[in-house]
Design a protein around this ligand. Structure first.
Ligand code: ZN
Length: 81
């Protein structure tokens, strides 16, 4: 536990919120949320996104959409790096 990086957390965030995350990744995500205030904020921000955006990023998740999502969320953790 606790070996999940913030970058990996961001990669898995969509699946986590949509409840389709691989079951063996979920405990690491939960543990990271407890350890990392920044990623808790990121999760809260993501959950505020319109459902359409979330579905779009989840269903297709092409590199372009993922990059846009990262940019959208980057404000939340730009100070984190
Ligand atoms: Zn984190």
């Amino acid at each position: 536990m606790g070996d999940l990086s913030c970058e990996r957390f961001t990669d898995l965030l969509g699946d986590y919120v949509e409840g389709v995350l691989r079951s063996d990744d979920r405990p690491a995500m939960d543990a990271h949320l407890l350890d990392c205030a920044q990623c808790s904020e990121l999760l809260a921000d993501y959950e505020r996104l319109p459902g359409l955006v979330r579905r779009a990023t989840h269903v297709a998740m092409p590199a372009g959409a993922k990059a846009r999502l990262r940019r959208l969320l980057s404000r939340a953790w730009s100070w984190h790096r």
